[in-house]
Design a protein around this ligand. Structure first.
Ligand code: MEV
Length: 421
């Protein structure tokens, strides 16, 4: 059975042993024994040595699974590679609330990336800009000659834009090459095209090309996720109002917006890392996009619908791929893509942005009600309970008692465990 036929709504997933969680994911995503063994393995040293320079070893962070995600009517178990506690639990909880009103719905543009070619030392920038635009056909042809495979799959260079910019060192032209990169992140394809175009553009513009590189502000490759969070499940309309009060600070104040957006990136980065994508590129694009109107603001937007439920929307540039790059080399990245059961980069991007929205909702919901320390403390208490030897239902019982007593310590956990046994 494929995971499209199964539900990701699983209560008490966190209470299972690691072995049982793996067994469940194995069934959900049709993993074989070899694949499940990967969960406890480290990256092979030869692979690591080929990825970067001067390798000494590998650096591990936990890989967890967020449950309950329903995105465009399809269920997903979402792998998250992250070192921060509470994040996976918070995402799962938000996804559970979003499910009540149909889960996450997404929209996205074509996978268009922008390559920049900077041309300087031009006598007549307006005249040169016109000449470049007149040679658009030849420029696109030369760009597409660099990547026949991409063109075969329906991608390739599609358009150019010409910008004239004034700078402290004088006027310059920046040509934007718009490339449909299909299922790739696209950096290699775009950079190769930009480099190949440099001599041609120098000749047409009668200038000197300096930079030729992709832009991480991928604002032609946008994904939008939307979800309706049930007001009753949130604790009533007053809680929705409290949420909106919190959100409005992020909408007007960069100091709050930075933290608010950091909460979004908690979710986004963890899936970007798990699938072997470039989280620095996504971070750069997201924060530049957050300032697209001149002031840095919240990447997400919230409002109430006519029934008083909370509607959340998140819109982001999403330059990620499922082919090429580390995602094709790193065994765990390949495994995570299989867990998701994704077929295209677009599908992955939709999950990423939905996860970002879930994470953001969960953080602001907690901040608007009990605060986030409660969640942190609860997970901390559970960890201490496990360290004391608690298993299954015992974990919650020991943790709850310690929280109630305000004493989260291993010796107390051991005592409680003895009492309940
Ligand atoms: C912590 O990693 C993320 C939060 O600070 C996000 C937020 O404040 O919205 C909780």
């Amino acid at each position: 059975m494929s995971n499209k036929d199964k539900s990701s709504q699983i209560s008490g997933f966190y209470k299972l042993s690691i072995k049982d969680r793996i067994e469940l994911v194995k069934k959900f995503s049709n993993l074989n024994d070899e694949e499940t063994q990967l969960f406890s393995s480290c990256l092979n040293m030869d692979i690591a040595d080929r990825m970067i320079e001067n390798v000494l070893g590998t650096f591990e962070i936990p890989l967890g699974i967020a449950v309950n995600f329903l995105i465009n009517n399809k269920d997903y178990l979402v792998p998250m590679a992250i070192e921060e506690s509470s994040v996976v639990a918070a995402a799962s909880n938000a996804a559970k609330i979003a499910r009540i009103n149909g889960g996450f719905k997404t929209e996205c543009t074509e996978p268009l990336m922008i390559g920049q070619i900077q041309i300087l030392h031009i006598d007549d920038v307006v005249g040169s800009a016109k000449k470049i635009l007149n040679k658009k056909k030849e420029i696109l042809k030369l760009a597409n000659n660099q990547d026949k495979v991409l063109v075969k799959f329906g991608g390739g260079a599609k358009d150019i834009e010409v910008r004239i910019l004034d700078s402290p060192i004088g006027k310059m032209i920046v040509v934007h090459l718009i490339v449909d990169v299909r299922d790739a992140m696209g950096a290699n394809a775009v950079n190769t095209m930009c480099e190949a175009l440099a001599p041609m553009l120098e000749e047409i513009a009668n200038g000197k090309v300096r930079l030729k590189i992709l832009s991480n502000l991928a604002d032609k490759r946008i994904v939008k996720a939307k979800a309706v969070f049930d007001k009753e499940k949130m604790g009533g309309e007053k809680v929705v109002d409290a949420f909106l009060e919190s959100y409005n600070l992020a909408a007007i104040d960069p100091y709050r917006a930075a933290t608010h957006n950091k909460g979004i990136m908690n979710g986004i980065d963890s899936l970007i890392i798990a699938t072997g994508n470039d989280f620095r590129a996504i971070e750069a694009g997201a924060h530049a996009y957050a300032a697209k109107n001149g002031q840095y603001t919240s990447l997400s937007h919230y409002y109430k619908d006519k029934n008083g439920n909370l509607v959340g929307e998140l819109e982001l540039p999403m330059a990620i791929g499922i082919i090429g790059g580390v995602g094709n080399i790193h065994p765990k990245a390949k495994l995570c893509k299989k867990i998701l059961g994704i077929k295209t980069a677009k599908e992955l991007a939709e999950i990423v942005v939905s996860l970002g929205l879930a994470q953001n909702f969960a953080a602001v919901f907690a901040l608007s009600t009990v605060g986030i320390q409660k969640g942190h403390m609860s997970l901390h208490a559970k960890n201490i309970a496990v360290m004391a030897g608690a298993e299954g239902n015992e974990i919650d019982k020991v943790a709850e008692k310690m929280i109630k007593e305000g004493k989260i310590k291993i010796d107390r956990a051991e005592e409680i465990l003895k009492e309940i046994r």
